[in-house]
Ligand binder design. Structure first.
Ligand SMILES: NC(=O)c1ccc[n+]([C@@H]2O[C@H](COP(=O)([O-])OP(=O)(O)OC[C@H]3O[C@@H](n4cnc5c(N)ncnc54)[C@H](OP(=O)(O)O)[C@@H]3O)[C@@H](O)[C@H]2O)c1
Length: 278
């Protein structure tokens, strides 16, 4: 008989839509899926889709930019069984909001998710943090790891420093774009940091950086952020299903040796500079 204790739990932040929801649909059916995000209606729709496919699934609202909210989600998940997989796909993009919220949701949200969940996870579990190929376009000399480290010690200083540097370009969208790129560059760095810290407990941490993907967010960014599409190998956007499959694969325990690395899943757009004129 299956008891609460031996249920295997997969939590997906940002699981109400896009690649998070697509990832849920590729998870093995012995996992109990918890989809999370801020909009309850969206989560309920996702749960009914997952149930129709034969999953045991639940919705739990959470704002990842609020540590208390993330803690409650992690406690809820831990009460349901053993947390085996966390796919942290919650995120916002430059067309949706400004610099501060981008950094709070994408960067500090990753700190809260990794910290609050890892406390409640055991050997053989995994956290997959979603970054972006935007993380790769920042000039290297602007990336300051000392500033990134402030995310764990002085959040307000961390935000102040990154907002200041993301004010460099002209134009509101460009400033938000820079903040987004920094938030996602931070995600890669932080997932790597956590991989070495949590590795001692047997928790694997890895990140994945999508290119432009035809989700609600990707479609919103297409007009202003679609310059890289011609530079993908197949000259197209990715689909949520392709990214969902990649995320579910990274989150699979059988991929046990993949840790401390970012997987660039962008149709080849970032590496095009080596082969095509950009
Ligand atoms: N699509 C792309 O082209 C692309 C490219 C590179 C990277 N990414 C990254 O991929 C991830 C998934 O995005 P997607 O493309 O699948 O877009 P999506 O369909 O818009 O999914 C993002 C999800 O995150 C949730 N979310 C946003 N802010 C949140 C918060 N503060 N707390 C909790 N949940 C929050 C949203 O739900 P609520 O609004 O209801 O909270 C939404 O369901 C994001 O991290 C994004 O930055 C996307």
């Amino acid at each position: 008989m299956e008891t609460k204790e031996n249920k295997k739990i997969c939590v997906i932040t940002g699981g109400g839509s896009g690649m998070g929801l697509a990832a849920a649909k590729y998870m093995p059916k012995d996992k109990v899926i918890i989809v999370s995000g801020r909009t309850v209606k969206k989560l309920e729709k996702a749960v009914s889709e997952l149930k129709e496919l034969g999953y045991e699934a639940y919705a739990h609202a959470c704002d990842t930019s609020d540590r208390q909210s993330v803690r409650k989600l992690a406690e809820y998940a831990a009460c349901m069984g053993e947390i085996k997989n966390v796919i942290n796909a919650a995120g916002m993009s430059p067309a949706m909001t400004g610099q501060e919220q981008l950094l709070r949701v994408n960067a500090l949200g990753t700190v809260y998710v990794n910290q609050e969940f890892s406390k409640r996870m055991n050997k053989g579990s995994v956290i997959v943090d979603v970054s972006s190929n935007s993380a790769y376009i920042l000039p290297k000399f602007l990336i300051n790891k000392k500033v990134y480290a402030l995310a764990e010690t002085d959040e307000e200083k961390f935000l102040r420093k990154l907002i200041k540097i993301s004010n460099l370009p002209k134009g509101q969208y460009e400033k938000a774009g820079f903040a987004y790129a920094f938030s996602k560059n931070f995600v890669i760095w932080y997932a790597q940091k956590c991989a070495y810290e949590y590795g001692q407990k047997g928790i694997r941490v890895v990140s994945l950086s999508p290119g432009l993907i035809a989700t609600d967010m990707g479609n919103l960014e297409k007009e202003s952020g679609g310059d890289l599409i011609p530079y993908t190998a197949e000259q197209r956007m990715g689909t949520p299903e392709e990214l969902g499959y990649a995320l579910a694969t990274l989150a699979d325990e059988r991929n046990g040796y993949l840790a401390g690395v970012d997987i660039l899943c962008d149709g080849g757009s970032i590496n095009a500079k080596n082969f095509k004129k950009i």
